[in-house]
Design a binder for this molecule. Sequence first.
Ligand SMILES: Cc1cc2nc3c(=O)[nH]c(=O)nc-3n(C[C@H](O)[C@H](O)[C@H](O)COP(=O)(O)OP(=O)(O)OC[C@H]3O[C@@H](n4cnc5c(N)ncnc54)[C@H](O)[C@@H]3O)c2cc1C
Length: 380
Amino acid sequence: MDSVAVVGAGPIGLKVASLLAKHGWEVNVLEEHSQIGIPENCSGLISLSGIKELGMDVKDVTVNKIYGAEIVSPSGEKLVVERKEAVAVVIDRAAFDRMLYKEALKSGASIEFNSKFIDLRTQSLFLKKENRGELRKVKIVVGADGVYSKVREVAGINISKKYFVHSYQERVEGSFNKKKVYVYLGSFARNFFAWIIPENDHIARAGIATSFGENPSKAFERFKEKFAFEFDTIEKQSFAIPIGPPIKDPVVDKILLVGDAAFHVKATTGGGIIMGLSAAEKCAKAIEEHFKYGTELKNYSKLLKPIIKELVLHWKIRRYLNSLDDSRLDKLLIRLKKAGIEEFLVEHGDMDKPSRFLGKLLKKPKFWRFLPLFLRLSIK
Ligand SMILES: Cc1cc2nc3c(=O)[nH]c(=O)nc-3n(C[C@H](O)[C@H](O)[C@H](O)COP(=O)(O)OP(=O)(O)OC[C@H]3O[C@@H](n4cnc5c(N)ncnc54)[C@H](O)[C@@H]3O)c2cc1C
């Protein structure tokens, strides 16, 4: 009997598998595709602070270093934040996933390709393998099967469409400042934004995401037209991003959800790699303690608390931004700029953990005029 079946060989499932296998537990990863990292649906921007906290080395998969960001309002007002030191890196996402795959294999996990999770009844897992049905006995199932998680559905957790956006991204040729990422806010990207993330001075990942039901590739055209961008397309991709609050209780009987499947994604930006990997550590710890000491699997929810606190804050910021029309977005950026937000973020900004800088912001009198907003975010 397999001790743990991890559904999904994305970065988060592979991390859970690695950590468990390293401690000697039997882990089997089921992946519906035939390769790791394909199809690639990501811009690959991750914070260096997050990578450091996870104790990872991403030098071999880094394609660019990022020193700052420009946030552009609908009418073209800009917030510019740039540091002397790099704050983030752009990774080759497929190579990153392959790196985690090698780690998982080295730790002793087994990974089965062309194996699609279909259902789970008591402790029998049903999968489609090479077009044939198969039943497996399992003790614990980890749902790391991404945004459209089948495991989440089988666990009885249904999520409203309003908590997803639909993205469209192109890898493009043009002229870019490779030190900065660019974020464009406005109604052309309803409930999200458009972005340019450079790989170097002449290649970037440019994309947009909008509410479900809208056509993101058309929105991308509108965005390019508005800002008079001309790019040559190298590759295209389209995929959903979860931008709702994290799932309150990601443990249902013997099922644990993690990563995109559990909405361990920053709703402000759609970034899910760092938060998902941090959650993967908690997931593996909860399972390990369950096997070793008989601790309840529900302990996972407790271990997740510090991550959930940040994710809820991201979600509240997203909800607030989504409530603003173009003119209010313009006004907000102008007011923040006047109050000195750029200098503040250069010193205190944190891509992953807003609680770290929002608390400090409250202590500065020049930001007290934003008190109603802080109260809305319930920052203590
Ligand atoms: C356009 C775009 C840009 C992004 N940019 C960034 C970024 O810059 N930085 C960042 O941090 N995050 C970014 N993200 C988010 C990031 O890609 C995800 O948060 C991350 O991939 C989540 O990892 P995961 O392992 O949870 O899920 P996934 O990477 O989606 O992996 C899930 C795996 O499960 C497999 N699977 C699914 N269903 C089944 C099944 N039934 N049976 C077996 N296998 C199954 C899939 O094939 C896949 O391999 C972006 C996302 C998008 C769409």
